[in-house]
Design a protein around this ligand. Structure first.
Ligand SMILES: [Zn+2]
Length: 185
């Protein structure tokens, strides 16, 4: 059945999105998380089946334009600090056989929920990413196990288990990442 007044429908849709911005954003994040799993499965399969060819290509590229390649890598690292932290966190998690993985865009989602002020001291900016249950104590590397602290509070927390997130924040985070959790299970 054709809509009686498409313009009215469109307006209603715009209004809905404007008044449900946060829910919509979290829903989109969850959708991306689900799709991302499928995408990284395809990537893994590709790397598995093209391992030797890729290595040979990489070696050849380095021989031919080593300095340029190093510069590109350096520039990328400088421009993607959050991605770098995600990789090093994944590396530490892998060494401890911890489950789960977070990505730079998960940090953006968590920032919306957790804000930018350190919840421990309430004074400084929370620039450092902390595992609520430390990896060293069997915690996962999943975004639902992350919180933000300032550097000073993070180093005094060390490897103790302390959750500074409110109950409401935890629920919102769970909602945002539940599809991903389901995939991990
Ligand atoms: Zn602090």
């Amino acid at each position: 059945m054709a809509a009686k007044d498409p313009e009215k429908n469109r307006r209603r849709c715009v209004q809905y999105l404007a008044s449900h911005r946060e829910q919509n954003r979290l829903r989109c994040a969850a959708y991306r998380a689900r799709d991302r799993e499928a995408a990284s499965a395809r990537d893994r399969e590709y790397y598995r089946t093209h391992k030797e060819a890729r290595r040979a290509y990489g070696r050849e590229q380095y021989r031919e334009k080593g300095e340029e390649r190093r510069r590109v890598t350096r520039d990328w690292c400088r421009a993607h600090p959050c991605e770098l932290r995600a990789y090093s966190s994944a590396y530490r998690a892998r060494k401890r056989s911890a489950s789960g993985r977070w990505w730079a865009q998960d940090i953006r989602t968590l920032r919306v929920v957790l804000g930018s002020l350190c919840p421990a001291c309430g004074k400084r900016r929370s620039g450092s990413i902390d595992h609520v249950i430390p990896l060293a104590r069997g915690g996962s590397n999943h975004p639902t196990n992350l919180q933000f602290l300032c550097n000073r509070c993070n180093s005094s927390k060390s490897t103790t288990r302390k959750d500074f997130r409110t109950k409401e924040q935890r629920q919102r985070i769970l909602r945002a990442f539940q599809l991903q959790l389901f995939k991990d299970a």
